[in-house]
Ligand binder design. Structure first.
Ligand code: ZN
Length: 363
């Protein structure tokens, strides 16, 4: 999720700064980090904890390297549903002086929500919010975490505070689009209309007039599989076949950071199909699907010298591909191959009348 992206970004910065003044050579740090990432990938959590504690006992080891490892450990454990261990890792990071924005306890509060420990989570979120009520990153983290836990009423409320901060300072942190998208998805799940605040957001966006942001938001929404407001133009849906997605995740750790795609491929395809049908029913302009070709993408990233794991690289690549005419109009003809990349006719795959939005049945 986005919270993660931000945390990792912040950590990286701290780490490189520290890299210049400590006894460890940067090469050593890189090797350590690689080794540690391999442990996490193989779910060797005991080894990972041992490694961290060995470094923690070494006065020459940079604190930010250790806390960054603990944060990665905590995230991976949370991803695997090992919530208590995840919280322990984040607590250890905080104990060792983890410097991160927003407050590292946001991660703990998020995991408490994931673990269904709602009373503890609510208490911690309330405490964090009371301590810095205008911290937009914290409000964003809280909103996303509640949204992730499908506590949509709370998500709407937290993100409302975040949006007010963004509107009051001309979106200096550039979180407005992301927060509004997340909030509109929560409204959608609640079956509620957008409120006055979202209309203010629309006005702000229109006044800002940066088409580029709108395009990016459109792509983000597509990737995230949630519906957004249309502008009568052609919206581009970013897609990967099941196999390509698997490969991408294997090849570029961090690929999935910031995406709400930890659901079965079929569910995601069904969700996207229903999103596109809704959009069409609303008369919100036409749709096209750009399916990322991994080899072309890898080559493009190399040429452009950008990080293939990073979401913004993907966004730019898709824009380039789309402008070159790589998009396929949706819906395809009923007897054409399905847009989702499965080896089936559209009418027998996502185009089947029995396709349902998997989110609709979620609590
Ligand atoms: Zn399909």
């Amino acid at each position: 999720m986005n919270l993660q992206n931000h945390l990792i970004g912040a950590l990286r910065g701290a780490w490189y700064r520290a890299g210049a003044v400590i006894a460890y050579e940067p090469e050593d740090e890189e090797a350590l980090e690689r080794e540690f990432a391999e442990m996490l990938q193989a779910s060797r959590f005991d080894d990972a904890r041992e490694q961290v504690e060995r470094l923690a006992a070494d006065p020459a080891a940079p604190r930010c390297l250790i806390t960054s490892m603990l944060a990665d450990l905590g995230s991976e454990l949370a991803r695997q549903g090992r919530h208590d261990e995840s919280i322990a890792a984040f607590e250890r990071a905080i104990e060792l002086g983890w410097e991160v924005e927003p407050d590292g306890r946001c991660e703990i509060a998020r995991v408490l929500l994931l673990a269904g420990r709602h009373a503890e989570a609510d208490a911690l979120w309330a405490q964090l919010r009371a301590a810095s009520p205008a911290d937009i990153w914290m409000l964003n983290a809280g909103g996303i975490s509640y949204s992730e836990a499908r506590r949509d009423e709370e998500a709407v409320e937290w993100l409302a505070d975040g949006l007010r901060v963004a509107l009051s300072d001309a979106d200096s942190e550039q979180l407005l689009n992301q927060m509004s998208d997340e909030r509109r998805a929560a409204f959608g799940r609640l079956g509620r209309e957008h409120d006055e605040l979202e209309r203010e957001v629309n006005v702000f966006r229109a006044r800002r007039g940066d088409r580029r942001d709108e395009q990016t938001a459109e792509l983000d929404r597509s990737e995230r599989g949630s519906a957004g407001p249309g502008g009568g133009s052609t919206a581009t849906v970013v897609w990967l076949s099941e196999a390509a997605e698997h490969l991408a995740r294997e090849r570029w750790p961090g690929w999935a950071d910031g995406l709400v795609i930890d659901e079965p491929f079929d569910d995601r395809a069904a969700r996207m199909e229903m999103t596109m049908r809704r959009r069409r029913a609303d008369g919100d302009g036409s749709l096209e699907v750009v399916t990322i070709d991994l080899e072309r993408y890898a080559a493009w990233c190399e040429e452009q010298e950008c990080d293939p794991a990073h979401r913004s690289s993907r966004g730019t690549f898709v824009t380039v591909e789309r402008d070159a005419g790589a998009g396929r109009p949706w819906p395809p003809n009923r007897n054409e191959p399905c847009w989702c990349g499965k080896d089936r006719k559209y009418k027998r795959c996502c185009g089947s009348p029995t396709t349902r939005d998997p989110g609709a049945s979620q609590p």
